[in-house]
Design a protein around this ligand. Structure first.
Ligand code: AMP
Ligand code: GLY
Length: 439
């Protein structure tokens, strides 16, 4: 089948790779010239992915199905336009995508349907609202713009905000226009985060293995929030600090959301991404995304045994397969990013990528927001490339990831702590502490 892939990151590269392995012919629209996607594609259009009219016109007559990687074109209604033109699409309509594109919509929906996993929050439109919210909730909060910020908008009290004045300063920035000009204040949760991604046809969910992302820019989970610096998953498809029962709880929250969306007349189909904080009182919803996670897509799609095209075909026709098999391997994905990523990324830096050596390391390479020019790869302001190791034991996965990273030369930054036994042990201990009533 001829499939349109929209987006030029590693998430789209891994999806195209999995689709191609299942027999699809790939047609890509992306804003940057991602060399991995280009090589996998029959044809490529380099163009802003949010210009939905042009994307749809290009796709019409070329493809039989579409997959949308990033959130920005969802917000612009790309799925609605493609489907109007007869192209079934893996992704939610513009209205259904509000689960991600509006943090207040998501929280209100959970409240209306009385779903478990809720978090105390206040929606604020101006400084008076914000002062009232802080008056009622105290300062142990997280402040988030309501709209999209590329994963960089949430500021946590005690980490990014120190003192009430910081909260108000950030409020002024948001009310001045950042992330949609409105915000939510949420109770600050304590625990460990995990990601559960699932395919959905609007009724049923087909879950994939649990993953833990690392959103902070620096080793030891310090620094500003980013789109995600890397992630890991375990061979048993759980995480060392999450029980089977807690995974089921998270999945049933997601099922509740899918049911709620259908009941409200905005059925949600595509990929549903649940970001949870595992607290002392079980999993709570940090956010939903209307797409695969980036980097989390790499952890699950790299070990998917079943043909992705078949899953997608079932998804768009309302008849999602009931099972998908994933290899029982531990995976670790690390992102090579420009120096300064998270604050002031250095773009236009040349990276030397020895693909042959990476293949020999046993790891997989997925290109992200780089530009290929004259046979070389250059950084942009976003993440550059993802290296994924997989092995029955985490140790083997980390080793192949490290070997692969030796084959990338140039000025860049990478978090070497992701997936290491020490880092995972620290998270396990932290969760034990939280369960026993500590921070
Ligand atoms: P978000 O933009 O909603 O994905 O948030 C980005 C990151 O901020 C999350 O991955 C968490 O690490 C942190 N965060 C967001 N909301 C909360 C919360 N209510 N309590 C504690 N940490 C949070
Ligand atoms: N890894 C977080 C995200 O995709 O938003």
């Amino acid at each position: 089948m001829r499939v349109l892939v929209v987006g030029g990151g590693a998430r789209e590269h891994v999806a195209a790779w999995a689709l191609a392995r299942s027999g699809s012919k790939i047609y890509t629209v992306m804003k940057n010239n991602n060399p991995g996607l280009r090589r996998l594609s029959e044809e490529v259009l380099i163009h802003p992915e949010t210009d939905v009219e042009t994307v749809a016109s290009w796709a019409e007559g070329r493809v039989e199905m579409a997959f949308i990687g990033p959130e920005a074109p969802l917000e612009k209604g790309l799925v609605d336009i493609l489907e109007e033109r007869g192209i079934p699409t893996v992704g939610p309509s513009r209205e259904a995508a509000r689960l991600e594109t509006s943090k207040s919509f998501m929280r209100d929906l959970m409240r209306r349907h009385n779903l478990p996993g809720q978090v105390a929050y206040r929606y604020c439109e101006n400084m008076d609202d914000l002062r009232t919210a802080v008056g009622e909730m105290g300062t142990e909060v997280v402040v988030k713009p309501v709209g999209l910020t590329g994963g960089k908008g949430a500021r946590v009290y005690g980490e990014h905000l120190h003192g009430e004045e910081d909260i108000y300063r950030y409020g002024e920035e948001i009310f001045g226009g950042y992330g949609g000009g409105r915000l939510v204040v949420e109770e600050k949760l304590t625990g460990e985060e995990f990601t559960l991604q699932a395919f959905t046809d609007g009724r049923r969910l087909l879950p994939t293995p649990l993953v833990q992302d690392h959103k902070r820019a620096y080793e030891g989970d310090e620094g500003p929030n980013t789109g995600g610096m890397g992630s890991y998953s375990m061979a048993d498809h759980l995480l060392p600090f999450v029980t089977q029962e807690e995974r089921e709880q998270a999945l049933s929250i997601m099922q509740g959301v899918i049911d709620a969306m259908r009941e409200e007349g905005t059925p949600y189909k595509g990929i549903l991404y649940g970001q949870f904080m595992l607290t002392r009182d079980g999993p709570k919803v940090v956010e939903f995304n209307a797409r695969f996670g980036d980097p989390e897509a790499m952890n699950v799609l790299s070990i998917l045994d079943d043909p992705l095209e078949e899953i997608f075909r079932g998804l768009v026709s309302g008849d999602l397969p009931t099972k998908a098999s994933f290899r029982h391997l531990a995976t670790v994905c690390r992102y090579v990013v420009p120096v300064g990523y998270g604050s002031s990324p250095k773009k236009g830096v040349r990276l030397e990528v020895d693909e042959k050596r990476i293949r020999e390391s046993g790891a997989l390479l997925f290109y992200a927001s780089v530009d290929e020019r004259d046979g070389a790869v250059y950084t942009t302001t976003s993440r550059s490339l993802a290296v994924v190791g997989a092995s029955p034991e985490m140790k083997g996965a980390v080793e192949s990831c490290e070997r692969a990273l030796e084959a990338v030369r140039g000025e860049y930054y990478v978090r070497h702590d992701i997936g290491t036994p020490e880092a995972i042990e620290r998270k396990k201990r932290h969760m034990e502490q939280v369960r026993s009533g500590g921070q």
